[in-house]
Design a protein around this ligand. Structure first.
Ligand SMILES: [Zn+2]
Length: 131
């Protein structure tokens, strides 16, 4: 049969292993060159200033997030009024992600003045809980 023939041939492939001596390449490289390190020693200070500015701008709570994501600022964090969870990083990305993954399904229907009223109601509810 054809199948048997195939099997027989497969066993034949396990022949003697060829020489296993690893072929080590002779080290012809002229060593590791220390190239160009000196040129980058002075970091441009302008770049660092810019980075810090952007960072502080990003970590500031924006009032529009109140209505947009139902969050309020609370002790340098953002507090979600819907689930009372705090969002440690004051970045829009984090607010948006929290709101969109957890609440947008239920709260995206509130728009305009209704949304503002909903936000105020949630905020009042939070205050009455705390007192
Ligand atoms: Zn929430």
């Amino acid at each position: 049969m054809h199948i048997d023939a195939g099997l027989v041939r497969t066993s034949g492939q396990h022949g003697e292993p060829e020489g296993r001596t690893p072929r080590l390449k002779p080290s012809t490289n002229p060593g590791l060159q220390v190239a160009g390190l000196q040129e980058h020693a002075t970091a441009p200070s302008r770049l660092m200033e810019k980075k810090r500015k952007i960072d502080s701008e990003c970590r500031k709570f924006k009032d529009q997030w109140n209505i947009q994501y139902f969050v309020i600022e609370s002790s340098n964090k953002a507090l979600c009024l819907i689930c009372n969870e705090s969002i440690a990083v004051l970045k829009e990305y984090n607010m948006k992600r929290h709101y969109e993954t957890k609440h947008s399904q239920n709260y995206s229907k509130y728009t305009g003045i209704v949304r503002t009223e909903k936000f105020e109601a949630l905020k009042r509810g939070l205050k009455s809980q705390q007192s």
